[in-house]
Design a protein around this ligand. Sequence first.
Ligand code: NAD
Length: 508
Amino acid sequence: MKEILSRLNIQEHNSGSSTGNEWLESSGEVIDSFSPVDGKLIASVQSTDRAAYQQIVLKAQEAFAVWRQVPAPRRGEIVRQIGEALREKKEDLGKLVSYEMGKSLQEGYGEVQEMIDICDFAVGLSRQLYGLTMHSERPGHRMYEQWHPLGIVGIISAFNFPVAVWSWNSMLAWICGNVCIWKPSEKTPLCGIACQQIVAEVFKKNDIPEGVCSLIQGGRDVGEWMSKDTNVPLISATGSTRMGKAIASAVAARLGKSILELGGNNAIIISQHADLDMSLIGCVFGAVGTAGQRCTSTRRLIIHESVYDSFKEKLVKAYAQLRIGNPLDEHNHVGPLIDKDAVKLYLYSIDQCKQQGGRFAVEGGVLNGDAYESGCYVKPCIAEVTNDMQIVQHETFAPILYLMKYNTISDAIAQQNNVPQGLSSAIMTVNMREAEEFLSHAGSDCGIANVNIGTSGAEIGGAFGGEKETGGGRESGSDAWKAYMRRQTNTINWSTKLPLAQGIKFDF
Ligand code: NAD
């Protein structure tokens, strides 16, 4: 890992505050980054203090005045080069993601691949920031709309996708003509430093001034500075619903804009018409992949009563074959949770589930001993519950899978929708009628609804996000770029008269 850190320009002690290539002094508290893989200290990062934050905002404002004048396709060309730089660093960055966050190596590489994909998407988009033209009701007039950049986009991200979520936001924000200030999670600060070095180098090569890509580091306080700052017109925040509610009210209090990507409580409906073997893969990967720490992780299985017992049996057998251990070893299926606090929450949820009447078909527990020294490895478990139990209504960020039964498809859809969150959902069925019902306006109320695919593993081409307590934001593909711009309606009179709209007469 030492060599990888050195190739990614990560020192033992790092400044956490940067305007691009310049790293600022700060007296903020030191964050030590420990790997959940083996519990070892990787390196440390100095949080941003107020003075450094203000310097960064100032630099970003100056850079915006320059960057917004760069034609969008040229901005796209620079993002293309960022994609190339990420291709070169894919292996090193993927390993760092895996080691600092604890996800499997395949998923670490996959995360960097997602960054590359969004770069490619953004390059094309940089020539497609289309506005509409409208027919004016007045003779000799033309109406159209155009999209302009907002200014500084503040990005606050979660630990579980320590690099990809930032890239979804920043690549789109950049081609739209904005400048970005990123606060990564305090649990994965080194991933932030590595990405900053990679992109800053590309901007420098293209003679783009400091301040287009800035980095700040720290916990909640540092995030709050940004969410309350009127100099930051848009905050894009990814994290827990608790965090989202705090940010939503801070940003709304100053009438700013926000994109919120918050917690999920995702379900798969297993119909009696499902291909059960195929469904099994989707369910197990969805529930235990990233040790249940994806916003789209499968948390609930709503199973038709006629196949409930046989599918439960398949699940139990599959869980018995799971290998838990070092995520950098590609033979293992399940890595660690992010830290010991996450382990406590996992144990608390198991306890609550039992108290509320849940019965465990596969028991959980914490692993100790050789190879589990970090204390962060837990057993994926399965509980039989009912949807109305309080614990089932919450997102526990750990590999706990809840099973429940249904009788009719409308009952299954009602159970799927009957939680506060609305991120991802799926139905496993080969019955076209029930698949279409699930996707209809009377079906799933989530931002993502899949058929014969699990809840996790979205592609960058679609708009990503969810409803209700998931926050309502959309990022990544489709027309998500519009949230990073302001719309301006323009009316041009090329006649010699000045007729008023709605036929209003005003003569003197
Ligand atoms: P978290 O809410 O603890 O922290 C997320 C980020 O918000 C961190 O950078 C943190 O420092 C910052 N923060 C926390 N409170 C803040 C406040 N009051 N003001 C400003 N910033 C604040 O979340 P986490 O534990 O890092 O991540 C797990 C959560 O993220 C889960 O709920 C998961 O579902 C969610 N998530 C959602 C998506 C999505 O796209 N919907 C994607 C990834 C993760």
